[in-house]
Design a protein. Structure first.
Length: 398
């Protein structure tokens, strides 16, 4: 089967989409499929990859984040789709890239892959604490109408969690298919905890080994609410010594660094590309502290579970969906006081019991990334066959 992914948010530098797409290439090669990824970039060029190829299309840079570009000329993308003649086209964003995949005139089956909840990413992040989430959803009825129009052009809409499928169904999206993500358990798994590394991380936070260590990992974007997390840690520090180790980079990195500088015992490490080191850092922390409610799944939260790391996460979104009282404490989204209370509750619990429960959940709830791609490709094969049958039937009747 030949798959083309119109990947609007694939970056040459970093990000969860890049990690996911790179894993998709390897899975395509292992399962005998051909994958072509079309991504906007600074120039037109082509890279061979195991499992297929990556085709960069020259496109303007996003004004607020130089790591990303935005598709512009439709003909450039459609020309590539004509040439590649795929069995399945995946539109992996609800913006320009999704419409380019939707409006291409070729006969392939089409799947819209929703990697995030756009209303949670933007309006609910910006208006958090001012309006209730349900009120914000109603205010953005025009967006749900827009998303329904886009969705109507696709044979399926893929999401990573049943909770998001239910949310999208509530607003009229059709042909929803849940394909849960997974984790590279060869990297993120038990036995990664390193006491010497933990002491080193705490030292970078200006604390000794007897203090508690929290870690936050991910792209720095307003939806991640990292400044709020720093405020929550600052409040928790009134009750006990707590350090926060922040890994990542991105659009709001400068504001994160500035916020951390005004706090104590918060260390911003920046982007770390060594995934094995990140896994050891996760496992060595006393808890993963997370702020986003906009993710469909929450990769870093799932990775933390597979490393046996307990969670402090908001009670909504993909992170909240992965949480359980056995190994997590939750808080009201965007509420720093509630987050601080959740931190102290978790740190007051038995770490060994939390670790055992987290590892069990990692094995039972998360699953391996290879299983995710096996299910995704099987589903794509199914919609490709059904689309081919419909096209053949139409031609026959003519």
């Amino acid at each position: 089967m030949k798959i083309v992914d119109v990947a609007e948010f694939y970056s040459a530098t970093s990000g969860g989409v890049r990690t996911y797409v790179d894993q998709k290439f390897l899975a395509a090669a292992a399962q005998g499929h051909s994958l072509t990824v079309i991504a906007p970039g600074k120039e037109n060029r082509e890279e061979r990859r195991e499992g297929g190829k990556l085709i960069w299309v020259e496109a303007p840079q996003m004004p607020f984040d130089p790591n990303y570009h935005l598709f512009w000329r439709a003909a450039d993308v459609w020309r590539i789709l004509d040439r590649e003649a795929p069995d399945v086209v995946e539109g992996s964003s609800p913006w320009r890239g999704g419409w380019l995949a939707a409006q291409w005139q070729g006969p392939a089956a089409r799947a819209l892959f929703m990697h995030a909840d756009p209303v949670a990413v933007y309006p609910q992040t910006l208006l958090s604490g001012v309006l209730a989430p349900a009120t914000i959803d109603r205010m953005f009825g025009w967006f749900w109408s827009y998303l329904r129009r886009l969705n109507s052009h696709f044979d399926a809409c893929v999401v990573a969690g049943a909770w998001l499928a239910a949310r999208f169904e509530q607003y009229g999206l059709k042909n929803l298919q849940v394909v849960p993500f997974g984790v590279d358990t060869g990297v993120f798994g038990p036995g990664r905890r390193d006491e010497a590394l933990r002491a080193s991380m705490l030292a970078e936070c200006g604390l000794g080994p007897d203090a508690a260590l929290l870690i936050n990992v991910g792209r720095h974007h307003p939806e991640k609410r990292i400044p709020m997390l720093i405020d929550a840690v600052t409040q928790a520090q009134r009750a006990r010594p707590v350090g926060l180790y922040v890994v990542g980079d991105g659009l709001s990195h400068r504001s994160v660094v500035t916020k951390a500088a005004s706090a104590v015992h918060v260390h911003v490490a920046g982007r770390i590309t060594d995934r094995a080191l990140v896994a050891r850092m996760m496992a060595s922390a006393d808890a993963m502290l997370h702020g986003s409610t906009a993710e469909t799944y929450g990769f870093v939260v799932a990775e933390a579970l597979c490393c046996g790391t307990p969670l402090v996460v908001p009670s909504a979104g993909g992170a909240g969906d992965l949480a359980s009282p056995d190994y997590a404490e939750t808080y009201a989204p965007g509420d720093r006081e509630d987050a601080a209370a959740a931190i102290l509750r978790l740190l007051g619990r038995d770490r060994a019991g939390l670790t055992a429960a987290a590892l069990a959940a990692g094995a039972d709830k998360v699953g391996d990334i290879d299983a995710h791609f096996a299910k995704l490709f099987a589903f794509y094969g199914d919609i490709a066959r059904r689309k081919a049958e419909r096209v053949a039937f139409t031609i026959e009747r003519q």
